[in-house]
Design a protein around this ligand. Structure first.
Ligand code: NAD
Length: 488
């Protein structure tokens, strides 16, 4: 069992209170590690370190080329440690190894993408009167607090850190109190890459106290948050202290729409993957499956014939396709939604309970669960469950599908399955969501923007858009007339 410390000002430190939190493997209940349980005073210290590193340190004046090289180095180090990082992610979060390996590779690619983008940050100029010159330069935004959830700790760390560092910002990153281990391992790699002290600070601690301080601290110029929509509102309140810049990546209740003229086999496969990848603990999960009535039976039968292939178990067990939920409390929350679905009159087609067998007793396992004949007004169709629970909602017409799909406070992601490109494009254009797929679900790219409409967030991460959130814009005007203007 490892005892971790936090990374502040280039040093490894305990919480000032000496408090520690135990971190458990959700697949078997084993104690994995202890981490410092930081409080407000630790965050204040980390913010000071980042402030000094921004105001006095070399980072923001380092050439873009050199910042890029640091990011390439971090990418290489993640690749070197990818096996260890992936296994640790499995033990801490519960996800299957193949998914964690994908996350580690994607995290390395994210640093590589932004390493390349660092040298492409550029200004602009416009035609102005001949006696003037005017141009725009981009500058790093400053000190950025970054707060991430428990479902993709390593990948979310990369999504947050890489664009901020490429832009020349300094950061304080706080992973979820449930899953801090890979972020703290990443801190060691960042240290090895040789970034100046204080440029990256990684602290472990809860939302109450530590997270609240990070959102509200007046020395921070920005808070970038990924997590639940209710927490997002609190982040906004905290950020109002100094009107710091805010980006929010929040929840979703995403429609995955299957039309009668789809490739049925692909749609069946895609619907299961959309709903149950990462145990359904995915903000963009296709948790509302809208199915055209004429293929409803074929679609449901097809899913039931394949669902047994989703082998449950500890994520490190070969062949496992679905791991445990992240915590007992989260398991109970998801189980509660299953009871709500039953009480609301939805038809429980599959799952709804914990799997039987001695290998499952110590972990937070839950069977993949499908409810049929769900109506759009049911709570299981409206609220984010964030677990392996799929709601099948039949529809009759294209208009009805669009209406149901958009009948939500969220607007993160959506999928459409149809071989009719006219219909697929027509529908996608009508859906109010930031990430959409046609005849596939889930693949996204570091190069493309990630984020939501409506209450799924503010701003975008990844791609060119992602770096925008870490840059300020300054206009510089130069007078070419030597004589005074003699206005007075
Ligand atoms: P959460 O909102 O409970 O916690 C997220 C982070 O915020 C954690 O680090 C937590 O410690 C911190 N936090 C909690 N309360 C805080 C407060 N008052 N002030 C400051 N920080 C606080 O979310 P979670 O349960 O960890 O993650 C699940 C949620 O994240 C889901 O709603 C999911 O949709 C969302 N999510 C969104 C995206 C996206 O890209 N849009 C990606 C992954 C997860």
């Amino acid at each position: 069992m490892k005892s971790y410390r936090m990374y502040v000002r280039g040093e490894w430190i305990e919480a000032k209170s000496k408090a520690k939190r135990e971190i458990f493997d959700p697949g078997n209940g084993e104690l994995l590690a202890t981490v410092p349980e930081s409080g407000r005073e630790d965050v204040i210290e980390a913010v000071k370190a980042a402030r000094e590193a921004f105001d006095n340190g070399p980072w923001r004046n380092t050439t873009a080329l050199d910042r890029g090289k640091f990011l390439f180095k971090i990418s290489e180090l993640i690749k070197r440690e990818s096996k260890k990082l992936a296994e640790l992610e499995v033990k801490n979060c519960g996800k299957p190894l193949a998914e964690a390996e994908f996350d580690a590779a994607d995290a390395a690619n994210c640093f590589e993408f932004y390493g390349g983008l660092a040298t492409k940050i550029h200004g602009e100029t416009m035609s102005v009167p001949a006696n003037s010159m005017s141009f725009v330069i981009r500058e790093p935004l400053g000190v950025c607090g970054q707060i991430i959830p428990w479902n993709y700790p390593l990948l979310m760390s990369a999504w947050k850190l890489a664009p901020a560092l490429a832009a020349g910002c300094t950061v304080i990153l706080k992973p979820s109190e449930l899953t801090p281990l890979t972020a703290l391992e990443l801190a060691a790699l960042i240290h090895e890459a040789g970034l100046p002290p204080g440029v990256v600070n990684i602290i472990s601690g809860p939302g109450a106290g530590a997270g609240e301080e990070l959102a509200s601290n007046k020395l921070c110029d920005k808070v970038a948050f990924t997590g639940g929509t209710a927490t997002g509102r609190k982040i906004l309140e905290g950020a109002s202290t100094n009107l710091k810049k805010v980006t929010l990546e929040l929840g979703g209740k995403n429609p995955n729409i299957v039309f009668a003229d789809c490739d049925l086999e692909a749609a069946i496969d895609g619907a299961l993957f959309a709903a149950f990848a990462n145990q359904g603990e995915v903000c963009s999960a296709g948790s509302r499956l809208l199915v055209e009535k004429s293929i409803h039976k074929a679609m449901v039968d097809g899913m039931l014939s394949k669902i047994n292939r989703i082998k449950l178990g500890h994520g490190l067990t070969p062949g496992v396709k679905m791991g445990p939920l992240v915590s007992k409390a989260h398991l109970e929350k998801v189980q509660n939604y299953i009871q709500i679905g039953i009480q609301e009159g939805a038809k429980l087609l599959w799952g709804g309970q914990r799997p039987e067998g001695s290998e499952f007793t110590k972990g937070n396992f839950l069977m993949p669960t499908i409810f049929d004949n769900v109506t759009p007004k049911m709570r299981i169709a409206k609220e984010e469950i964030f677990g392996p629970v799929l709601s099948v909602i039949p529809f009759s017409t294209e208009e009805e599908a669009i209406q149901i799909a958009n009948d939500t406070d969220y607007g993160l992601a959506a999928g459409v399955w149809s071989k009719n490109i006219f219909q697929a494009m027509r529908v996608i254009r009508q859906i109010r969501a930031g990430i959409t797929w046609i005849n596939t679900y889930h693949p996204t790219f570091n190069e493309m923007p990630w984020g939501g409409y409506k209450q799924s967030g503010w701003g975008r991460e990844l791609g060119f858009h992602g770096i925008e959130g870490y840059l300020e814009t300054k206009q510089i005007n130069i007078n070419l007339d030597e004589a005074p203007i003699n206005w007075y």
